[in-house]
Design a protein around this ligand. Structure first.
Ligand SMILES: NC(=O)c1ccc[n+]([C@@H]2O[C@H](COP(=O)([O-])OP(=O)(O)OC[C@H]3O[C@@H](n4cnc5c(N)ncnc54)[C@H](O)[C@@H]3O)[C@@H](O)[C@H]2O)c1
Length: 274
């Protein structure tokens, strides 16, 4: 993996899944890596693996919803490594539940982590990325930031919002002639702990939902996802689709327009427990 030697990269949610794989691939490619998570055990495991590779690493507990802490963290990373080149706003959670039976707090929690976490990270690091002369913001949306499905209104809202925010930012950086690239990442089903860590509305069994996700929907490994994402970053892609499912479904949505909703509601209705 070329192109990251000497770069300072920040990865949120680096204690598991895609974030962990990204941090390790970045370390392997010569980057200095600042990793964070609320899961300190998972974070320590990632830190150990980076140390074993010989990659310079700074590991901190950080909740991406805590804005003030995020701002202080950004300054601390800059202080520690002398500069910051890349932020991967990756931390995220999932929640399943129809709007009718979801609580406001469930929807707000998903927005707090999956959307506001990305905004907090972007805003906290943007001045440092601009100052570096060679910056890149990488925001992790989802295939569910490209189309919606029943039971995912909260997650869909957050991931569509990440996409809107990120696509506007990319244009702003270009117009302002700031040396900051911007990439929005849309993974399909990746074999991570996301569904096992997820919550669900009353009446749904999170364990059953996780088993269905793990067996039927998660087909790409986190390592493969990291390779695809970092390849997109090196090529300065505006949008990175991760996995064959993401590529195929993106085409179907573009061909059918809003017609995908009729198609997907029956497929999701048959696939996911309701
Ligand atoms: N796995 C998939 O199929 C898939 C598909 C599309 C998008 N994504 C997105 O990829 C990103 C990574 O997810 P993953 O699949 O690796 O899941 P994961 O559950 O394996 O890892 C997510 C990590 O984020 C951390 N996290 C959760 N809330 C946090 C918070 N408030 N502050 C800091 N860290 C927090 C968790 O502790 C965990 O270590 C998420 O944004 C997710 O929405 C995943």
């Amino acid at each position: 993996m070329e192109g990251f030697a000497g770069k300072v990269a920040v990865v949120t949610g680096a204690g598991s899944g895609i974030g962990q794989a990204l941090a390790i691939e970045l370390g392997r490619s010569g980057a200095k890596v600042a990793i964070s998570d609320v899961d300190t055990e998972g974070l320590a495991a990632t830190e150990e693996r980076l140390k074993a590779i010989g990659a310079p690493v700074k590991a901190d507990r950080l909740d991406v919803t805590e804005r003030e802490a995020f701002l202080l963290y950004a300054d601390a990373v800059k202080e520690h490594f002398g500069k910051v080149n890349q932020i991967y706003n990756n931390a995220g959670i999932a929640f399943t539940g129809d709007v009718e039976v979801s609580q406001f707090k469930d929807i707000e929690r998903v927005m707090d982590v999956d959307f506001w976490g990305v905004v907090n990270g972007t805003k906290a690091f943007l001045p440092h990325l601009i100052a570096s002369g060679d910056g890149h913001v990488i925001n992790v949306s989802s295939l569910f930031g490209i189309f919606s499905v029943p039971g995912q209104a909260a997650y869909n809202s957050a991931k569509f919002a990440v996409r809107g925010f990120t696509e506007a930012l990319r244009q702003e950086m270009a117009l302002a002639k700031h040396p900051v690239k911007v990439t929005c990442v849309h993974p399909g089903g990746i074999k991570t702990a996301i569904a096992r860590n997820a919550t669900a509305a009353d009446g749904l069994d999170p364990k059953e939902l996780a088993e269905t996700f793990d067996k039927k929907l998660a087909n790409t490994s986190p390592q493969r996802a990291a390779t695809i994402i970092l390849d997109g970053v090196r090529k300065n892609k505006a949008r990175v689709l991760v996995g064959p499912d993401a590529k195929v479904l993106d085409v179907i949505v573009r061909i059918t327009g809003s017609g995908y909703q009729r198609l997907f509601q029956s497929v999701v209705g048959k696939t996911m427990p309701r």
